[in-house]
Design a protein around this ligand. Structure first.
Ligand code: PLP
Ligand code: COI
Length: 337
């Protein structure tokens, strides 16, 4: 295993040994190729460069208590990448190709899979881009699908400690019938100005509201949102949020723990009624929130300085399943060895 101070890893790029690539040309996908270069060469008129034909995924591999390496629900990421590809008219990498590429990227970089108990994991970043040249606004005829891997620590420097979010109504991330439900690059470009401003003003990121009326909660930066009240897990239903695989898993875990689960519109004012609120995602895992401020009105919602009991239980259960210390009764893990 690589000699890294795993406990002090943040969430960022880290050079590993190999990445895996597959090209779509003449109407079909080629063979998986192993590559050690960090660079991509492409045509200057590639559609990714000007028309934003770009989608990505984010998933993690963990070294379990038994030493075996598990990827968490990669078939769900594969399905979501297919949906994103359809959303911006790109060639779809078949599910099996997607999972095979991810497995290969983990195996080839096995020395970078952090040890059990370190709090770190191997983050996989599958990417799909239009590489074919177009000058008129049309989809490319050629695509590159690739997967690279980086060992990572917590997304927010706080780790499993509450973070603060800001509601900013002067920027929207995605339109009601736009691309918000796809994991495409443009959504992230659209979130940079408001996100960086929130960070500069002392927050982890923005809570985005539904763009049409700004009445309901959509997402928490690059993560979904949930609130807990009366033994109920509540999470937004919206056409413009990314269907989070972590959130899907937490809904199931909450149900398994005897909680009610509600997917529905969540009015901003309901924040005052929640006993706990949190952001959830692959990178964010479960990040409890202890403050949400409306930037426009100054109205503030606050929660305890320590993670609440339900968020803690959900976090520990999810982590336990990923680590192999809690039974994986829904068969979410895919072993790499
Ligand atoms: N929402 C957005 C905008 C994201 O970028 C992510 C990260 O992938 C999520 C939610 C969480 O999704 P998942 O749990 O599948 O990582
Ligand atoms: C993830 O949680 O995997 C994400 O993609 C969030 C962010 C780093 C873009």
């Amino acid at each position: 295993m690589e000699n890294i101070d795993w406990g002090s890893l943040g969430f960022g790029y880290y050079k590993t040994d190999y990445n895996v690539r597959c090209y779509y040309r003449n109407g079909k996908w080629g063979e998986l190729e192993v590559c050690s270069s960090e660079e991509i060469t492409m045509h200057m008129a590639a559609t990714v460069l000007h028309y934003g034909q770009a989608a990505f995924e984010g998933m993690k591999a963990f070294r379990g208590v038994d030493g075996r390496i598990r990827m968490f629900r990669p078939y769900e990421n594969a399905k979501r990448m297919i949906s994103s590809a359809q959303g911006v008219m790109m060639a779809e990498p078949p599910e099996e190709l997607f999972v095979e590429a991810c497995k290969k990227a983990v195996k080839l970089n096995e020395r970078f899979v952090p040890p059990y108990g370190s709090g770190a994991s191997l983050y996989l970043r599958p990417i799909l881009i239009g590489t074919g040249a177009q000058v008129g606004v049309h989809p490319a005829k050629e695509y590159l699908f690739m997967v690279f891997a980086c060992p990572v620590g917590p997304y927010f420097k706080e780790g499993f400690k509450p973070v603060k979010f800001q509601i900013a109504k002067d920027y929207d991330r995605a339109a009601p019938f736009g691309t918000g439900k796809y994991k495409v690059g443009g959504n992230y470009a659209a979130s940079l100005v408001s996100g960086e401003r929130a960070v500069k003003e002392g927050y982890s990121n923005c809570i985005y509201l539904n763009a049409a009326t700004h009445e309901f909660i959509d997402e928490a930066g690059a993560a979904n949102f949930f609130g807990i009240k009366n033994n109920t897990y509540c999470t937004p239903q919206s056409s413009s949020i990314l269907p989070s695989i972590t959130n899907l898993s937490l809904c199931q875990i909450a149900e398994d723990l005897g909680m009610k689960v509600e997917r529905r519109q969540i009015p901003v004012e309901e924040l005052a009624e929640f006993e706990e609120v949190a952001a959830c995602g692959t990178a964010a895992v479960v990040s409890p929130i202890n403050e949400i401020v409306d930037r426009e009105t100054g109205k503030k919602y606050t929660w305890g300085a320590e993670p609440g009991p339900v968020s803690t239980k959900l976090y520990n259960t999810l982590k336990g399943i990923q680590d192999g210390t809690i039974e994986d009764k829904h068969n979410w893990n895919v072993f790499v060895d």
